[in-house]
Write a protein that binds this ligand. Structure first.
Ligand code: PMV
Length: 333
């Protein structure tokens, strides 16, 4: 029985992916750049089962919700197509991300699934091809294939040329030791799913094209700052890029607004931290929670300051840079 276990971690974008130029291949409008985290691994086992007539998907040991199972099975269809191996599989996923933390469990989930399924079905993928495959599950998963900082290139054109040229790769930043403090403002399910929010923004927001143009400049400047170990510049760019992304959403018709009252309190606190001489910069995804970038040495002070405005230490999570996706040996018996 062919059974493979893979582990991957979530990532947080410092230059955001917002908008697709191809919804089937998940080809983005912009190149994005992220940090993969050490915390909250997703572990996925894929076991080929010639006796099954459909895939069987479990989540945390129980039968997975319908929508989740369908998405996993669609992804396996792609793996079956690429490998020419028609067998169905049992997929077991255990996810350790706190629910609703805005830590994009789909990134870790599809990076782990792509590696486990790709290996079980004998696809023999190099890291670039694995990143392209993970991208087909969820765009941001392309980045969780790699540890530390990673850039996901938008690539050129559409169709095969787009598919081949849109992948992630790691970025060296040996001088940096970053942390991200996650401030849990509101852990309820988001009101507008990111796929719908992206679509509406692209279709209706007059602020979207200028954000796309600015994002290319942000990328060049951030790569240079990473290389030089200049966390202050990385942070300034990340904060501006994320707030700019939310500005594009506010300009959509009807507007998409993920800010909650607590979001503003954390953003204010980040400004106060900077004014007091502590390097801290905010980023936000498709939800009200705020992730605060800082040096690892400052993460306890930043977490304590943020905890005061979100209702206690239980609502903050400190995360640091972590590894890329790996096949787990002890799981492969
Ligand atoms: O998780 P997705 O594929 O729906 O994309 C969400 C994208 C952001 O988290 C908002 C930004 C990013 O680059 O991760």
């Amino acid at each position: 029985m062919n059974s493979v276990v893979a582990v991957a971690h979530p990532n947080i974008a410092l230059i955001k992916y917002w908008g697709k130029r191809d919804e089937v291949l998940h080809l983005p409008m912009t190149t994005s750049l992220s940090l993969t985290l050490r915390e909250f691994p997703t572990t996925t086992r894929v076991t080929q089962r010639p006796d099954l007539t459909a895939d069987h998907v479990t989540f945390a040991g129980a039968r997975a919700p319908e929508a989740f199972a369908a998405r996993v099975s669609r992804f396996l269809d792609l793996v079956r197509e690429l490998s020419g191996d028609p067998r169905h599989a049992v997929v077991d996923t255990v996810n350790t991300v706190p629910t609703g933390a805005g830590l994009a469990s789909s990134a870790a989930g599809f990076a782990a699934l792509a590696l486990a399924a790709g290996t079980a079905y004998g696809l023999d993928l190099d890291r670039r091809a694995l990143s392209r495959l993970a991208r087909r599950g969820s765009g941001s998963a392309s980045r969780s294939v790699f540890g530390g900082f990673a850039v996901w290139w938008r690539g050129e054109d559409v169709g095969d040329a787009g598919d081949l040229s849109s992948f992630a790769e790691p970025i060296d930043a040996p001088l940096l030791d970053p942390a991200l403090v996650v401030a849990l403002v509101d852990t309820r399910e988001k009101t507008v799913p990111s796929r719908e929010a992206m679509r509406r923004t692209m279709a209706t927001s007059p602020f979207y094209p200028p954000w796309v143009a600015e994002s290319a400049r942000d990328l060049d400047r951030m790569r240079k700052a990473l290389h030089e170990g200049d966390l202050a510049t990385v942070g300034d760019i990340a904060e501006a890029n994320a707030l700019g992304m939310h500005a594009t959403m506010l300009g959509a018709r009807p507007a998409v607004r993920y800010f909650a009252p607590g979001t503003y309190r954390v953003l204010d606190r980040v400004l106060e931290l900077r004014a007091s001489g502590i390097g801290a910069w905010a980023t936000m995804d498709a939800g009200p929670n705020v992730k605060v970038l800082c040096d690892s040495r400052d993460s306890a002070a930043v977490a304590a300051a943020v905890a005061e405005v979100v209702g206690g230490a239980a609502r903050t999570v400190v995360t640091t840079a972590g590894p890329g996706a790996v096949v787990s040996d002890d799981g492969n018996r």
